[in-house]
Design a binder for this molecule. Structure first.
Ligand code: KG4
Ligand code: ZN
Length: 391
């Protein structure tokens, strides 16, 4: 089956067409079309993502992304379509809040010029994320579901990250044969959580951040150091230079909640410690490199330590690490080397680097998981964005 997936939870506007052959979790998946537009340039001057701006950008970009994804998948067939008055009115109602962006005209124009594509299922991120941004994708999916009469499933963005981590795009285009119970560590711009999985699509939260998410801490510390948004890749690059040059520490940073005897995290104190360490200092390039390394080391030590405790508590056979921060090379390396000593039998999965940060391929995978676990796709008109949706 062809799955068309839509992701607009944060600052990437993404639409994919993924062909799923077989039943979840044994299917193989071919990425036929994958269109993604990053809004980084729009947000970088503000040092973070502004929801109203993100929403407007999604509204402007979704139709072109849809067109590109379908074109790449060779499912775009030019053919005049008649949308009757009832359809046009319904589209206007569904996209009422997107009326300033030109989205309504662009989408109606698209729908009038192309035939209904060979798509069996729509999958759309309904949360968690920035609610105004999520609604654009949800309403867009509702329009497609209505005009093309295709079922639509709501997808949890975090389940997308879990499935991206076990999707082997290099070897066989299948999901890894995960042994349960598994622990999932999700580290992104909005989340830091440890989950216990007894089977697919079953998640029990066993730890989470009590304040900032780890990606947020990377971004805020980067901003304090005068680095552009998103800060994670910048800090990672500087930290690597510090390691290569074997620079001495710039400062001593705390390991928050390392010995809290639970599986929770806290990163705001670490961020404050960096603020104090650099107060009244004009950072040289070398200082920045050393500080980036000190910060990355502190974060990594806490993440690895808490995850080791979670693996013990659950008796896990598998560790799944996902979310944008899982792109970090030092974090990857540290998990591999340290778990080799403490948990040599635990299989560790990280996403392919291209699927680490937000994308819509993972939303198609999670949509496929949804139809395997839910009896019926949700009625399109009931779909709701939920910024705080949890797993
Ligand atoms: O999963 P994601 O793309 O979006 C959310 O769902 O939040 O994660 C984005 C986060 C940002 O905070 C970004 O700075 C961080 O992932 N990130 C990294 C790296 N690449 C992206 N953090 C550390 N090292 C990286 N290489
Ligand atoms: Zn994400």
């Amino acid at each position: 089956m062809h799955i068309l997936s839509i992701e607009t939870s944060c600052d990437e506007t993404a639409v994919s067409v993924v062909q799923a052959d077989g039943q979840f979790p044994n299917a193989s998946y071919e990425i036929l079309g994958d269109a993604i537009h990053s809004q980084v340039e729009v947000h970088t001057k503000y040092g973070g993502v502004y929801p109203a701006l993100a929403k407007r950008e999604h509204a402007k970009t979704l139709t072109p992304m849809l067109q590109k994804a379908l074109e790449d998948a060779e499912l775009l067939i030019p053919e005049q379509q008649t949308l009757d008055q009832k359809h046009i009115e319904r589209i206007h109602t569904l996209l009422l809040h997107e009326s300033e962006s030109g989205m309504i005209d662009a989408l109606i124009d698209f729908l009038q010029n192309y035939a209904k594509p060979d798509i069996a299922l729509l999958a759309v991120t309904t949360g968690p994320g920035l609610e105004p941004a999520l609604w654009v994708g949800v309403n867009f999916a509702k329009v497609l579901a209505y005009v093309w009469d295709i079922p639509v499933v709501p997808v949890n963005h975090m389940e997308g990250h879990v499935l991206a981590s076990v999707f082997d795009v290099v070897k066989d285009n299948k999901l890894a044969p995960v042994s349960f119970p598994a622990v999932a560590l999700l580290i992104s711009g909005g989340h830091t959580e440890l989950l216990c999985m007894d089977t697919w699509s079953s998640y029990v939260k066993i730890g989470q951040t009590q304040d900032d998410a780890v990606g947020e801490a990377f971004d805020k510390v980067a901003r304090m150091m005068g680095l552009p948004y998103p800060g994670g890749p910048e800090i990672s690059r500087l930290a690597q230079q510090a390691r290569t040059a074997n620079l001495p520490p710039f400062c001593q940073l705390p390991r928050p909640m390392l010995h809290s005897k639970d599986l929770h995290f806290s990163f705001s104190g670490l961020k404050t410690a960096v603020r104090y360490a650099i107060a009244d200092t004009t950072l040289t390039e070398t200082n920045k490199q050393a500080l980036a390394r000190d910060f990355e080391d502190a974060v990594t030590e806490v993440l690895v330590f808490k995850t080791q405790a979670a693996l013990d508590e659950v008796g896990a056979q598998t560790l799944i690490i996902g979310g944008g921060v899982s792109a970090n090379a030092h974090i990857r390396q540290s998990f591999h080397t340290q778990l080799q000593n403490t948990h040599p039998d635990v299989e560790i999965y990280f996403p392919n680097p291209e699927l680490s940060t937000d994308n819509s391929v993972m939303i198609a995978l999670a949509g496929h998981a949804q139809i395997a676990s839910a009896s019926n796709p949700a009625a399109a008109q009931l779909l709701k964005a939920d910024g705080n949706k949890s797993l």
